[in-house]
Design a protein. Sequence first.
Length: 91
Amino acid sequence: MTDYNLDLLGLSEAGWRGSGEFITMTGELLLYSGRSDEGKHEHGTGLILRKAMRKSLTEWTAVSERIITAKLNTCLRKLTILQCYAPTSYS
């Protein structure tokens, strides 16, 4: 994120169980959505928001282990981000 100066980054194959959020040691907000059962740590999606973008977040929803949404109120318009994970054709 730092090298490419990204304010928001979508993750696939996050591997966390359940859903939740936490703030990293460097100040980014991590939102994640994973499996709800006691299975393997596989699948899962997530979003990382830089501190400046964090203020724009109005709500987020962990739809499933493969889909997460976030609504942002930016200075230009309201924005909805949809991060999806789909397995490869090999899977």
